[in-house]
Design a protein around this ligand. Structure first.
Ligand code: GLA
Length: 407
C-alpha cells in the first residue's frame, strides 16, 4: 500500500487478500513444490472504542480488518515446523518436541502458539509452509495477533480438530503473554479469531461473550497511521496495568470493570492523583464502549462519533498514552466536516488513529487529512479505508493423505 493512498478491498470479506493469498500459494510452490494442503488466514484489527479496558475485564468494540496474515501449508511426517516468511525473506524451523532456547523475531510467535497448544493438551503436528501478510507491522493493527491466529488456525486444520475460536484466542494470548513476553489483554486475539464481515464486535472481556453490531453503510472506518512507532511501550503498558490493578484493590473488587461511574465519583478521593486518572479513564471508557455498541446498533453515528472524541480525550489526559502526533492527527481529522469522531486506537504511544467518516466523503477526507498531517508534522501518513471482515478462516487446497476422498 503506497503512502497516503486509500486502501480498500473489493468486497467485505477480506478479499483484498487474494494478492497475498496468491503470493503465499506461489511462494509455496517455489519453495516446497506441489500444492499446499491448506491456506489459513487471520486478520488484523482496528478498535472503534474501548482501549485499555480489556485487561480490566471490561468492554471493547473492535472490528477485524481486510488486511491479514496468510499461511500456505502442508503436513510433514516428522514433528518439525519449517516456515518461510516472504515479508522477511527468511526461513525458520523448529521442533515441536524440544523446548529449545528462544530465537529472535517473527518465528517466536509461531513457536509460542505451538507451545501454548501443547501446554493446553491440544494436538500439534509438523508442517511446512509459506507465510506473508499485509497488516503493517508495528502500526498498532495487531499484526502479531494475526500471525498467532493464522498459526493456530493452521495447526487446527493440519491436525484435523474442530476450530474453537474463543479457546484458540486464549491459547494465542497465552503465547503472547508467556512465550513472547508481552502482557496484552484478549482483545486482539479474540477479534482476529471471531471477526464478522460488516460488523464490529462488542466483547465482554470477562466472560468473552460477544455481540456483533452492524456497521451502517453510510459510514467509513478510516485508519490514520501517524508513521510514528511506539517506544518503551511494554514498560509503559505494564505500568498502566499495575496502576489499574492497584485502583481495583482500593475499591475492593477483582477488576475495574466492577466499578461503575457513580461509585468511582463517590470514592475517587481514596486514590492518589495518578491512580485516580488511570481509573477514571477505564471506568468511563467502559461506560462509553457499552453505550457505543447501542448507538452503532441504532445507527446513531453522530452520537457514536462524540463518544470516540471523548475516548480520545480520556486516553490523552487521564490515561496518558497518546503522543503529540496522534493528537495532531485526531484534531486534523476532526476539522473535516465529514468526520463524525476520531481517536487514537490500540495501545497508544504511536501508531494509528481511527476516524468515523461519512462514506460518500471518505476519499476527499483521506486526501485532505493526509496533506494537512504532512504539512503539520512532516511525516507522510498512511491512510487505510478499512472494511470489517471475517475472523480467522481456512481453505482446503488438496485432500489430506489419509482423507483421499477430500471430504
Ligand atoms: C494492545 C493490547 C490489547 C489492548 C490494547 C489497548 O493492543 O494487545 O490487549 O490492551 O493494547 O486497548
Amino acid at each position: 500500500m503506497g503512502h497516503s493512498s486509500v486502501g480498500s478491498s473489493k468486497d467485505d470479506t477480506g478479499a483484498k487478500g487474494p494478492g497475498v493469498r496468491d503470493r503465499v500459494l506461489d511462494g509455496f510452490q517455489r519453495r516446497f513444490g506441489g500444492e499446499p494442503t491448506f491456506i489459513a488466514r487471520a486478520p488484523g484489527r482496528v478498535n472503534l472504542i474501548g482501549d485499555h479496558t480489556d485487561y480490566n475485564d471490561g468492554f471493547v468494540l473492535p472490528m477485524a480488518i481486510d488486511r491479514a496474515v496468510w499461511l500456505a501449508m502442508r503436513g510433514r511426517s516428522d514433528r518439525r515446523v519449517v516456515v518461510h516468511s516472504l515479508d522477511f525473506d527468511e526461513e525458520a524451523s523448529f521442533s515441536l518436541d524440544q523446548g529449545a532456547a528462544h530465537q529472535e523475531g517473527w518465528v517466536e510467535y509461531l513457536r509460542g502458539v505451538a507451545w501454548a497448544l501443547d501446554d493446553a493438551g491440544r494436538p500439534t503436528s509438523g508442517w511446512e509452509g509459506v507465510i506473508a501478510g499485509d497488516v503493517p507491522v508495528g502500526a498498532g493493527l495487531s499484526s502479531s495477533a494475526a500471525l498467532e491466529l493464522a498459526t493456530a488456525r493452521g495447526f487446527a486444520a493440519i491436525t484435523g480438530v474442530i476450530w474453537q475460536p474463543v479457546a484458540m484466542s486464549r491459547v494465542a494470548q497465552r503465547a503472547e503473554n508467556e512465550w513472547v513476553g508481552v502482557n496484552c489483554g484478549i482483545m486482539d486475539q479474540l477479534i482476529s479469531a471471531m471477526g464478522v464481515a460488516r460488523h464490529a464486535l462488542l466483547i465482554d472481556c470477562r466472560t468473552l461473550e460477544t455481540r456483533s453490531v452492524p456497521i451502517p453503510g453510510s459510514v467509513a472506518v478510516i485508519v490514520l497511521d501517524t508513521g510514528t512507532r511506539r517506544d518503551l511501550v511494554d514498560s509503559a503498558y505494564n505500568e498502566r496495568r499495575a496502576q489499574c490493578e492497584a485502583a481495583a484493590r482500593v475499591f475492593g473488587v477483582p477488576a475495574l470493570r466492577d466499578v461503575d461511574v457513580a461509585t468511582f465519583v463517590a470514592r475517587e478521593n481514596e486514590l492518589d492523583a495518578t491512580t485516580r486518572k488511570r481509573a477514571r479513564h477505564v471506568v468511563t471508557e467502559n461506560a462509553r464502549t457499552f453505550q457505543a455498541a447501542d448507538l452503532l446498533e441504532r445507527g446513531d453515528v453522530d452520537a457514536l462519533g462524540a463518544l470516540m472524541d471523548e475516548s480520545h480525550r480520556s486516553l490523552r489526559d487521564d490515561f496518558e498514552v497518546s503522543r503529540p502526533e496522534l493528537d495532531t492527527m485526531v484534531s486534523i481529522a476532526r476539522r473535516e466536516s465529514s468526520c463524525l469522531g476520531a481517536r487514537m486506537t490500540g495501545a497508544g504511544f504511536g501508531g494509528c488513529a481511527v476516524a468515523l467518516v461519512r462514506r460518500d466523503d471518505a476519499d476527499a477526507f483521506a486526501r485532505s487529512v493526509a496533506r494537512a498531517y504532512l504539512d503539520a508534522v512532516g511525516i507522510q501518513p498512511s491512510v487505510y479505508l478499512c472494511i470489517a471482515s471475517e475472523g480467522a478462516s481456512v481453505e482446503r487446497m488438496a485432500p489430506l493423505s489419509d482423507d483421499v476422498d477430500g471430504a
